[in-house]
Design a protein around this ligand. Sequence first.
Ligand code: ADP
Length: 389
Amino acid sequence: MRQSILALNAGSSSIKFALYEFASSEELQLVSRGALDLGDAPKFSAKAADGTLQYDRQLSTNGQHDAGIGEMLNWVERELGGRKLICAGHRIVHGGSEFVEPVRLTTATIDAVDKLTPLAPLHQPRSLAPIRAIAALRPDLPQVGCFDTAFHQTIDPVVRRFALPRRYEQEGLHRYGFHGISYEYVAERLEQISPALMSKRTIVAHLGNGASLCALREGKSIDTTMGFSALDGLVMGTRCGAIDPGVLLYFLLEKGIAADELQTMLYEKSGLLGVSGISGDMRTLEASSDGRAREAIELFAFRAAREAAALANTMGGFECLVFTAGIGERSSSIRKAICNKLAWLGVGLDEPSNDAHAGIISSPDSKIEVRVIATDEEIVVARHSRVMM
Ligand code: ADP
C-alpha cells in the first residue's frame, strides 16, 4: 500500500501544508499543497502537484486552530484514496539546546517544546497550536517535529557567544539562528545541482516575511544573522532586526513602555511596516509611490548587504550567493539593490537573467555566482518525518 505524509509549516497567519506519497524506497512525491489561512477571512485551499485547484473554501472557524485543522485533516483523508497517512510532520521554530534532531512528538516532548516558548514568545505557540490540535483530533496519528534552530548546531562557539557575564551563556543565552529548515533545503539543492557548488562558500539570503542570511561552508551553517531570537539581524516585514540594546533600555527606563508593549512593537510594528507606516508586505511597498515605502525598501536592502559582508568576513570570503523565499525568489529589484551594494566584493548581476528570475543571475564575469533557488521547507519536514517512522 502506498503511504502518505502530511507536512505542516505554521506561520503568523497561515499554516502551509504539503501532502506526499511514496511506496517502499521511492522518493516522496508531492500530491497536494495549500494553506489554512487563519486571518480575518479564514479559508482552506489546496492545489494538486500540477497546480490545479483542488479545494478553496471559506471557513467559519473564527481563526480557531482546532476547527481549521479538523477541516484540513478531513480533506486530506478524503484525498488519500488507497494511501495510508502514516504521520504529520511539523516545522517548529525553536528547539533550544535540547532538540538538535527531529523528534517524535509525544506528550512529554510537546511539553518540552512548550517550555521553550519564552525563547520565541510569538512563534513557538504558533508552532505548537497545530500539533496540539492534531493530537486532540487524531490521537493515533504519529507526529514529528523538525526544528529551525537545529541546522545551526555547527556554528562555532565564538560566533555563537554574547559578550555577557559567562553564567548567562550556560543558561542558554547565546545565538541559535533560525530558518534552518529552509537553509537545509538550499544546501541539499546546491549539492544536487553540483557537488562542486556545495563546496563553495555560500551566503544564502532567506528573504520572506521573516528574513535572515546564513553562511554555508560545505553545506554547514557557519554563521547566521538571527540570534537568540528571531528578532535579530535583517529588517523584516514587521520585525526590527538588529538594534542597539541601548534603544530598548531607553524605551523601558525613559519612556516607561511596558515590556509586553515593547515586545509587540519589536515583533509586530517595526521593520518594513514600522519604517514605511504603510505595510510590512514588500509587494505593497514596491507598488507604492510613497517616499516612506522607498525609504523602508532602501533600509531593507542596505541592511541585507551590510550583514552579507559580515558573513563573508566570518567565512574569509565567499563564492556563491543564493536568494530564496518570497522576496528573494520574486523581487528582482531587491536582488538588484543588494547585489549592487556587494559589487565591491565581486558580485556582478546579469540584469536580463535577474528580471527573468533565472536560476543563475550573475554576469559571466562575476567573481560570485548568484543564484535563485525556490525554498521548500515542507519537503525537508516530510523527509525527516519519514525517517522517524
Ligand atoms: P513567510 O516568511 O511568511 O513564509 P514568504 O516567504 O511567503 O513569507 O514571503 C513573503 C514576502 O514576499 C512578502 O513581503 C511579500 O510581499 C513578498 N513577495 C511575494 N511575492 C513578491 C513579488 N512578486 N515581489 C515582491 N515581493 C514579493
